[in-house]
Structure formats: structure tokens, C-alpha cells
Design a binder for this molecule. Structure first.
Ligand code: ADP
Length: 492
């Protein structure tokens, strides 16, 4: 069957409704790109308490008013509301079960900073509810496209407790892994509540992982096809170094595991049209970029000098992102003639370290420990360089945004960073950033210094900016690759 295909896209976060990271950006953009290719794709996500019905004109769906969802030895009554992804005809359903989802944050209790204690039950119910909603809608998708551990029980239910259910006989599953480090690992006591038979939990069984229940492992075992968000990461996660304990399971499924680089949404991240930056600009006229640089520094209270480069960084403060390397070289870095701007939240240990950095280097560093989308846009526009020294990086979006804004990425060659950033060679004029291989502080510092050297030669730097801005990572290319996977699934 050549299509068009009917696809249900399921995600625990979708921008602009709920976002904690890159997954939300993907879930808000990829379905639109697939719709534009002519397929019937719809989205489902939980209805969190902070999603305003009024702001997003969510509508009741009469038929989905009281849907009964059997799970374990209980039956839940859920509802669903509906809206459209902004500026599109992609319909999104919000699964409503207030006791589980009427909370101010998707995964973590903001008061304690810890995961919600019932996350296993919450996302098991979400996954199981999605299937019952399909039944009530009388819609039988060819493919259910799942994302990360929160939806990894969908393939698991379909292949186990629902394997003889004819309603889903023609439905296949794709599981996209956005970050292997987050697996949904829980105490085995949840098994009954999430409606899975004990035999799946035998040692080495599909959901067993070192004595715990592991949602993602189950998804990897049961999904018909798998992919990650870059080709390099798809290879890396099959090795012990990057496999987070699941490399063996992934190697067993190597034939079904693909890598598809994320696209980015240039309607949101484009310096020519970005409404969140004071001055728009393009590759042919960069004057707006220099004004944005001045505006950025003024807003953050750092002295402006057009010849002093600004190094920006926007990131979750997590071990993954290379903050230990940065902390190691921070004093050497601050001895250089630069400004450093950091925007991020996350691990308290990094909050502490970088708060100190902010106090110690008041005129050189601006440390902003919060989530601030407008500031993120201004940093992309107003910085000269962008730092991503990740230990691992499934795809990474910020380096791709940076390219578009002519803000030169300095990255470690891992995952999607390796697939998108090519080291600049001043002698040939080829490349779009600066890349180092080994996860070592010395390599990071040397690479920043290499970038600063090139920066001094204005003409060469402008060439590099033009290379970067000419790159195109729009969704249309990657969306076609996803459709290729849907085709494989339908042919099975
Ligand atoms: P990850 O998904 O691992 O967090 P990505 O680079 O793929 O990393 O995506 C991160 C996304 O979250 C980007 O859109 C980035 O701009 C945004 N982001 C991260 N931290 C912040 C912050 N503190 N304030 C604003 N935006 C942020």
C-alpha cells in the first residue's frame, strides 16, 4: 500500500501545550510535516492541569466523554478533548484523567524536585487509554508512532494483553527513542497496576531490568520498528558506552533500528522572521545580528564590545550536556577575552557551581538559571558562538538553531552533533562549526581557542557564518524518512 497512511502520533509532551525538552519540539512539528505529505496523522497527549482550555480552544468530544479503560484489575473512566496543532489541520486529542494529569508539571513534582510517585500508573493509563479512545473513534490507524518510555507500553499491550484483539490486528507500531537515558524504571510492585502479566517479568524477560520494571525495554522488545533521532546515535546506543544497559536488547533488534535526524521548525527558529528578537536579519544582511548582540549584553548587564565574542549556551543542566568539562575549564575560559552567557535549569549541583561563576565573573559571565524562551531566542541571535560539549546527544536542536542564526556551534562529535556539525577548515573554507572528539576538558578548551583564533579574522568568520546559515534541516526531509518507515510497517 503506497498510502496515504493513517498514523496516530503519541507523545507525553507536545509544543506549545507542554514542553520539558526537545521531544516537545519534535512532537509539535513532525506531525505537521507528515500531514503536508498527504497522510492522515493525528496526535494524542495527556491533558495536564496547566494546559488552558481557553487559550488553546480545546473542545469537548461528546463521544469521548466517558471512555472506560480496563487496566490491571481496575477500570478507569477517562475523557478526551480536542484541538488542532497551531497553524495546521493536525488534530490533537488530550486524554483527560484529572487524578493523574491535573498537575503543574508532567513528570516531576515541583515542590520536591522528584518524579511523581505514580508515574508508572500515570503513563500506563495514558498508553492504555489511547487504545480505547481509538476504538471509540472507530479509527484504525495503520501505524501508532510512539515516543520514549511514556508511550512504550502501547506496543507492549498490543503484543501481549491485546494480541488477539481484532480491532488492532492491522495496526503496527514504531517507537522513537529520543533519549535512551530516560527509561521509565519502576519497582516491580507496579506490575499489577499497569496491567502486565507476571510472566513478562521473569529474569531477562521483556519488562525485567536488573530486578525492576523497565517501560522502555518493553517497548524496544515489542515495537515493530524502532528509531532514534540521528544516525550516529542509532549506532552508538548499541555499544556498552552509550547503551545505558539496553545495548544488548538494542543489538538484538539492530535490523529494525533506524536513525532519522530531527528537523527543526524554521517558522519558530529563523532570524528573518523571529518575533522574539529585537532585530531580524539574514545571511545577506547581518547588521541585525550585531544589534541583537548589543541588545543581549545590555539586557544581561554585560559590557558590549563589538570585537569581543559572546559564547552562548542554552541547556538543561544535566550530566549529559558536558557541564563537568565546562566547570573544569571555567577559570581558563574566563581568562580569555570573551563574554559567556548561560541559560539553563536542572541538576542542583550545577546550579551551585554556575551561581558561583556568575558572582566571581560579574563583567564577563551572565548566568541565568531559569527556563526563559524569549531569552533563548535572543541568545541564539546575539551570540557569536554556541557551546554544546555533550557527553552524548541523541540529536540536539540548539546546534541546528544556532546554524540558522549564524551562531557558530562548538560541539563534541557525538550523536546528532556529529551528524550535523562539520569542523571548519580555514584553508578550504569548508565546515560549519568546531568539533572535538574526546570527552576531555583540555580538548574543549583547545577547540574554543581554535574558534577564537578564526573569529579574529573577520573575513573568514563571515564565510563560516554564511556556511552555517546556508544549512537546511527543515522537517520536510526527515518527514519523508518517517513515511518510509510507515511504508515498511504497512507492508509487513
Ligand atoms: P534536550 O531535548 O536534551 O533538552 P535539545 O537541544 O534537543 O536538548 O532541545 C532543548 C530545547 O529546549 C531547545 O528548544 C532549547 O532552546 C530549549 N531549552 C532548554 N533549556 C532552556 C531554558 N532554560 N530556557 C529556554 N529554553 C530552553
Amino acid at each position: 500500500m503506497k498510502g496515504p497512511y493513517n498514523v496516530l502520533y503519541v507523545s507525553s509532551e507536545v509544543a506549545p501545550f507542554a514542553k520539558t525538552g526537545g521531544l516537545a519540539d519534535v512532537a509539535g512539528a513532525l506531525p505537521k510535516a507528515i500531514k503536508e505529505l498527504g497522510h492522515d496523522i493525528r496526535v494524542m497527549m495527556p491533558k495536564y492541569g496547566f494546559i488552558s482550555d481557553r487559550k488553546y480552544t480545546l473542545r469537548e468530544v461528546i463521544r469521548l466523554k466517558d471512555v472506560h479503560v480496563p487496566l490491571g484489575d481496575r477500570e478507569y473512566t477517562i475523557s478526551a478533548k480536542s484541538a488542532f496543532l497551531p497553524d495546521s489541520k493536525v488534530q490533537i486529542y488530550f486524554i483527560e484523567y484529572p487524578p493523574y494529569f491535573d498537575r503543574e508539571s508532567p513528570y516531576v513534582n515541583p515542590k520536591t524536585g522528584k518524579d511523581w510517585e505514580d508515574n508508572a500508573e500515570r503513563f500506563a493509563l495514558f498508553s492504555r487509554a489511547v487504545l480505547e479512545v481509538l476504538r471509540v473513534l472507530h479509527w484504525q490507524p495503520d501505524v501508532i508512532h510512539c515516543n520514549d518510555w511514556q508511550t512504550a507500553l502501547i506496543p507492549t499491550y498490543l503484543k501481549t494483553v491485546l494480541k488477539d484483539d481484532t480491532y488492532f490486528a492491522k495496526t503496527s507500531t514504531l517507537l522513537t527513542i529520543h533519549n535512551l537515558a530516560y527509561q521509565g524504571v519502576f519497582d516491580p510492585s507496579v506490575l499489577e497496576a499497569i496491567g502486565l502479566p507476571q510472566e513478562l517479568f521473569s529474569p531477562g524477560g521483556p519488562v525485567e531490568f536488573y530486578g525492576k520494571v523497565n517501560f522502555l525495554k518493553a517497548g524496544i522488545v515489542y515495537a515493530d520498528l524502532l528509531n532514534t533521532v540521528s544516525e550516529r546515535y542509532a549506532q552508538e546506543i548499541q555499544t556498552p558506552e552509550y547503551g545505558a544497559g539496553l545495548d544488548g536488547v538494542l543489538r538484538e533488534r539492530a535490523d529494525s533500528l533506524y536513525g532519522i535526524l530531527n528537523g527543526v521548525d524554521y517558522s519558530v527558529w529563523n532570524p528573518e522572521t523571529d518575533e522574539l528578537i529585537p532585530y531580524n536579519y539574514s545571511a545577506s544582511d547581518l547588521s541585525g545580528k550585531w544589534k541583537d548582540k548589543e541588545a543581549l549584553l545590555e539586557q544581561l548587564g554585560l559590557p558590549y564590545d563589538e570585537n569581543v565574542p559572546v559564547i552562548g549556551m542554552i541547556s538543561r543542566l544535566a550530566d549529559q550536556k558536558g557541564f563537568d568539562l565546562l566547570a573544569e575549564i571555567i577559570d581558563d575560559l574566563m581568562a580569555l577575552d570573551i563574554r559567556f552567557v548561560l541559560l539553563g535549569t536542572g541538576d542542583p549541583k550545577y546550579h551551585k557551581i554556575f551561581e558561583k561563576v556568575g558572582k566571581k565573573y560579574k563583567t564577563k559571565a551572565s548566568i541565568n538559571l531559569r527556563f526563559d524562551n524569549p531569552l533563548a531566542h535572543l541568545i541564539e541571535a546575539g551570540s557569536d558562538m554556541f557551546l554544546m560539549p555533550s557527553r552524548y546527544e541523541p540529536c540536539g536542536l540548539n546546534q541546528i538553531y544556532s546554524l540558522k542564526y549564524g551562531t557558530i556551534p562548538i560541539v563534541r562529535a557525538t550523536g546528532g552533533l556529529a551528524d550535523t556539525i562539520k569542523d571548519f577548515d580555514p584553508s578550504t573554507g569548508k565546515g560549519n562549526g568546531f568539533v572535538f572528539e574526546k570527552y576531555e576538558a583540555g580538548e574543549l578548551l583547545a577547540t574554543i581557542k581554535r574558534a577564537l583564533d578564526v573569529y579574529k579574522d573577520k573575513k573568514t568568520w563571515l564565510k563560516l557564518i554564511r556556511n552555517a546559515m546556508a544549512e537546511d534541516f527543515s522537517w520536510s526531509v526527515s518527514a519523508k524518512k518517517y513515511v518510509d518507515l510507515y511504508r515498511k510497517l504497512v507492508r509487513r
